[in-house]
Design a protein around this ligand. Structure first.
Ligand code: AGP
Length: 612
């Protein structure tokens, strides 16, 4: 949570920081701010509560513009310590206002540090944990240390997780930063260099990046980048190139990122399959670099949407490879006493590759010697460095807080894994693997058909939610995880209480919710126990429910009983969850838009949850 950005160089103006913040706003939008060293030696700080547009307004209204910037830092906040307010907005200043600090993460020993600083005469202006860093730095700068020296010493005093960047009015053209667990990358330019919480923030300026490892600090100026290890020792590291282009993070004619990313799903699936699925049905996951032949058990750890993808992964792995799969919510698993042995493959799914709980669950799984496979969308992310093997979903950057295209790509990646495990274990004949390969190759087309079908019928379904006070999503078998994902999408962007339930379990409690203000969204399709689901849906109708049927267009009975139909392309078992997911994403989007909500930045949420 929170996004930080830094710039050193003197080639560009404050717009470079603002552009970086715009692309990091998905990480938090409680407040935003920046601190810059101007060409004339001035040092200026601007902070505004609320989304980034408030800061944009303040920047635009500043008399005379900023001119070129020698160095600067910026921040977009997801509040942890202290409510959203201008006082709590970053950057925070040290005594005398000569040093400014931005921070992502949590400093766990901030109360003790704050008490000590107060006893030494420092006055605090905010309720944040971050302000201690600003004072600790200024204390050392006043004692004659340089900013990099002071920064290195202060990092050693901090407990918790953080990525911090700082500038000093007395050291023009330099930004110092460091991190422990929270993400930070360096962008390399010509005569200028950059820092950010994530690669997408800098794609408009560079495609060359340098990883900062946990525990390291970095000093950037226009002409150089110096990395140092925890003991201050210099570190040499090769840069890497990112092929995503800047357009991938533009709206490209769509009204919002969620809509754009929903429509990018056929491409996301195609890219995730590309080169990994031979004509003969042989899956090629050699890039992962793991020998899967000894796998006897699989544990999936993940959060939120990625957890739902894991539930679908369980279905496919157990069905194809006959290997038992446990799917665990990472925040629970990390504190469990995990059971496993070296024959257990731990699959950690995380779009961002940064989710703290998922990373901690991976660490917990290490206790029994399991090998870890990361399924992630973010090359170079923290999880890729913790894992023994990496399977990338290749969707391009996902900006909307609500995950859409990365979910379908995760499911496809897990299906490939299931097929590969089946091949290694000899649990499916070659002909069946070939069939599955053919089916999966059709997935992008089926998703595209579904997008077109749903666009024409969404309005009626959305209208059923005008007076809704809650919603039930019902599915069986492979449609059940999709029901969970549909409920999560609706909750997070329309703020409507929603539950995903196995249709048969609904009678054991949630049916009490049903009346005409609780629409039921029912999932039908091949291999999802259609008849049984139909009976359950009739039971809700008998209690006044209005039903949205998500079903193939030729399912007449589903269409007749429902108040609205969201049609999906008919699809085989390997593709059914993908096509059923699309209308649920579009429904959530439609309901949220109808309620006048910002679908890309739902309240209280941040895209990457980098705190516990
Ligand atoms: C889904 O729409 C949410 N953004 C959230 O549940 C998300 O999937 C979860 O926080 C996990 O994130 P990750 O995939 O980056 O680890």
């Amino acid at each position: 949570m929170c996004g930080i950005v830094g710039y050193a160089g003197g080639k560009r103006s404050v717009e470079v920081l603002m552009e970086g913040l715009r692309r990091l706003e998905y990480r938090g939008y409680d407040s935003a701010g920046l601190a810059v060293q101007l060409e004339d030696g001035g040092f200026e700080v601007l902070r505004r509560v609320g989304p980034l547009r408030e800061l944009e307004r303040a920047v635009a209204e500043r008399d005379g513009g900023f001119g070129l910037v020698r160095a600067g830092i910026g921040h977009t906040r997801w509040a942890t310590h202290g409510r959203p307010s201008e006082r709590n907005a970053h950057p925070h200043l040290g005594n005398g206002g000569r040093v400014a600090v931005v921070h992502n993460g949590i400093i766990e020993n901030h109360q003790k540090l704050r008490g000590d600083l107060e006893r030494r005469g420092f006055e605090f202006r905010s309720e944040t944990d971050t302000e201690v860093v600003a004072h600790l730095l200024s204390e050392r700068l006043e004692a004659g240390m340089s900013l990099p020296e002071a920064f290195g010493e202060v990092m050693g005093l901090l407990e918790g997780t953080f990525a911090i960047a700082a500038i000093s009015a007395d050291e023009p053209g330099t930004v110092v930063a460091g991190r422990r667990q929270s993400p930070l990358v360096v962008g390399l330019g010509e005569g200028e260099n950059f820092l950010a919480s994530g690669v997408p923030a800098l794609l408009g300026f560079t495609h060359r990046f340098l990883v900062v490892e946990s525990g390291e600090m970095v000093v950037i100026s226009g002409s150089e980048v110096r990395l140092a290890g925890p003991g201050g020792e210099p570190v040499e590291r090769e840069p890497f190139e990112v092929e995503w282009d800047a357009e991938a993070v533009e709206l490209g004619g769509f009204s919002d990122y969620m809509s754009k990313e929903i429509h990018e799903q056929p491409r996301a699936v195609r890219a995730t399959l590309d080169g990994r699925l031979g004509e003969d049905g042989v899956v090629d996951l050699s890039e992962v670099g793991l020998d899967l032949s000894g796998v006897r058990r699989v544990v999936v750890v993940a959060c939120g949407t990625a957890y739902h993808a894991g539930l679908l992964g369980k279905y496919y792995i157990e069905r194809y490879a006959r290997v038992p799969v446990e799917v665990a919510v990472a925040s629970e698993y990390r504190y469990s006493d995990p059971i496993g042995d070296p024959g257990t493959l731990v699959v950690a799914i995380s779009q961002s590759g940064e989710t703290t709980d998922t990373l901690a669950a991976v660490e917990a799984a290490r206790s029994f010697g399991g090998r870890v496979l990361a399924v992630t969308n973010t090359r170079g992310s923290l999880i890729t460095r913790e894992a023994d093997g990496v399977l990338l979903t290749r969707t391009g950057p996902e900006i909307c807080v609500a995950a859409t295209k990365t979910f379908v790509a995760q499911v496809v990646a897990l299906e490939l894994l299931a097929m590969e495990l089946a091949r290694c274990r000899g649990t499916l004949p070659d002909e069946r693997l070939q069939e599955l390969a053919t089916e999966l190759r059709l997935a992008p087309e089926r998703i595209q058909n579904t997008l077109e079908l749903v666009s024409c019928s969404l309005e009626q379904a959305v209208s059923l939610f005008e007076e809704a006070r809650c919603c039930l999503f019902l599915g069986r078998g492979i449609a059940y995880p999709v029901a969970l994902e549909g409920a999560l999408k609706l909750k997070e962007i329309s703020y409507l209480p929603a539950e995903g339930y196995p249709a048969g379990e609904m009678k054991h409690g949630p049916i009490a919710l049903i009346d005409e203000t609780c629409p039921v969204v029912a999932l039908f399709g091949d291999g999802v126990h259609r008849e049984k689901t139909l009976s359950n849906v009739y039971e809700t109708m008998a209690r006044g429910a209005r039903v949205v049927a998500v079903a193939p267009p030729d399912d007449r009975e589903a269409a007749q009983m429902a108040s609205a139909v969201l049609p999906v392309a008919r699809a085989p078992e390997a593709v059914v969850p993908l096509v059923l997911t699309v209308p649920l994403q579009m429904l959530a989007h439609g309901v949220a838009r109808e309620r006048g909500l910002d679908v890309d930045k739902p309240r209280n949420l941040a895209k990457s949850v980098t705190v516990e």
